[in-house]
Design a protein around this ligand. Structure first.
Ligand code: OSB
Ligand code: MG
Length: 376
């Protein structure tokens, strides 16, 4: 694996924005429905040029404890000032500088990405090359929200299969699990299929969850709570379907613990959830060494985070298709000039410097609802 250096940069200011971007269709999970993507976009202004990042928090603390206002507050009050207080910063130092502040990993990840982008643009290196990517195209899966009823779900899934997505993930929750899964399996035969519960069950549901074993799923994602590593291990021992963790994997340490406890056979890696793309790479490396399959999760990223996810998913250990789908799966208008598209079921890994995408300034302005600059 070739991994390249990133330059030190002198940070001058961080510009933070809250964006409201309409979704093409409502997205429903076990924790709620979104119709607009509320997201924080970060611009790092440096002596070497600008860099862009995305804080993937959602409007409310339902998927994780972080949410827009918590991320905004901690980023503007503590994280950005800590970075701006340094004479110069290299991307690999960002996590250490922000380490004293407990938690808030999505906020940290967004700032780190902006620094990485500025630094890599300055040296002419792509994020993919910097992380150690070995592919130029990655297979693309799609995460499908809960629909009105199983037959509506079958229709929506059919649309994505027609577009060429190579793996389908459906969201489930109590009362919308076995029948939904059966409907999709029966309609489309042996397509690569998996389910995501977003923590909607408890160990008391083990008999119900074992009914999923009949559907030959790739995996069941995060059936139990974020801190239920022991219960996930108990459940995993009772299921034939591999258990995959998402919410529980908050760090390399959590990954180690989950592996030691046998809580999961598969790991979903999301850079935001683990505090950044460099921490995500470390988790990838740990899993690759131990033959633990990983895949790249998503948080309805804009073109900024989506480009970075494509780079991450090109690392050699990402052996399962991830949730890195085309931009038009969520958005009619993205905030980059060349949004990710689906090409024969795959998405292209950007090769330009840094993120390898350019910001569509008009779109960015149009979707901005709040803006603040944090100076040295
Ligand atoms: O659990 O993977 C999840 C979206 C928001 C929060 C949590 C999750 C998701 C998705 C969508 O499943 C993934 C994507 O396509 O971005
Ligand atoms: Mg998930």
């Amino acid at each position: 694996m070739t991994r390249t250096e990133a330059a030190r940069v002198q940070l001058q200011e961080f510009e933070l924005r809250v964006l409201h971007i309409p979704l093409v269709a409502p997205f429903t999970t076990s924790f709620g429905t979104e119709t607009v993507r509320e997201v924080i976009i970060v611009r790092a202004l440096t002596d070497a040029g600008d860099g862009w990042g995305e804080i993937v928090t959602q409007a409310a603390p339902l998927y994780s404890s972080e949410y827009t206002q918590s991320a905004w507050d901690v980023a503007s009050r503590y994280l950005a000032p800590a970075l701006l207080g340094r004479e110069s910063v290299a991307p690999h130092e960002v996590a250490g500088i922000l380490e004293p502040f407990v938690g808030h990993r999505m906020a940290k990840a967004g700032l780190e990405l902006a620094v990485l982008d500025a630094s890599l643009r300055a040296t002419g290196t792509s994020l993919a090359a910097h992380l150690g990517a070995v592919k130029d195209m990655i297979p693309s899966g799609v995460s499908v929200g809960i629909q009105r009823d199983p037959s509506a779900l079958v229709d929506v899934v059919g649309g994505y299969l027609d577009e060429g997505y190579v793996r389908i993930k459906i969201k489930i929750k109590p009362g919308r699990d076995i029948d939904d899964t059966a409907a999709v399996r029966n309609a489309y035969g042996d397509i690569p299929l998996q389910v995501d519960a977003n923590s909607a069950y408890t160990l008391a549901d083990v008999d119900l969850l074992s009914q999923l074993d009949a559907f030959d799923l790739l995996l069941v994602e995060q059936p139990l709570q974020e801190d239920d590593l022991v219960d996930h291990a108990t459940l995993a021992a009772r299921l034939k379907t591999p258990v995959c963790l998402d919410e529980s994997i908050t760090s390399l340490k959590a990954t180690r613990d989950a592996h030691a406890l046998r809580s999961a056979a598969v790991i979903n890696i999301k850079a935001g959830r683990v505090g950044g793309y460099l921490a995500a790479r470390d988790i990838h490396d740990f899993c690759l060494d131990r033959d633990i399959p990983v895949w790249c999760g998503g948080m309805l990223e804009t073109g900024i985070g989506r480009a970075a996810n494509a780079a991450l998913a090109a690392l050699p250990g990402f052996t399962l298709p991830g949730d890195v789908s085309a931009s038009d799966r969520f958005y009619t208008r993205d905030i980059v000039t060349e949004p990710i598209v689906l090409e024969d079921g795959h998405v292209r890994v950007p090769t330009g410097p840094g993120l390898g995408v350019e910001i569509d300034r008009d779109a960015l302005e149009n979707f901005t609802v709040v803006r603040e600059t944090v100076r040295r």
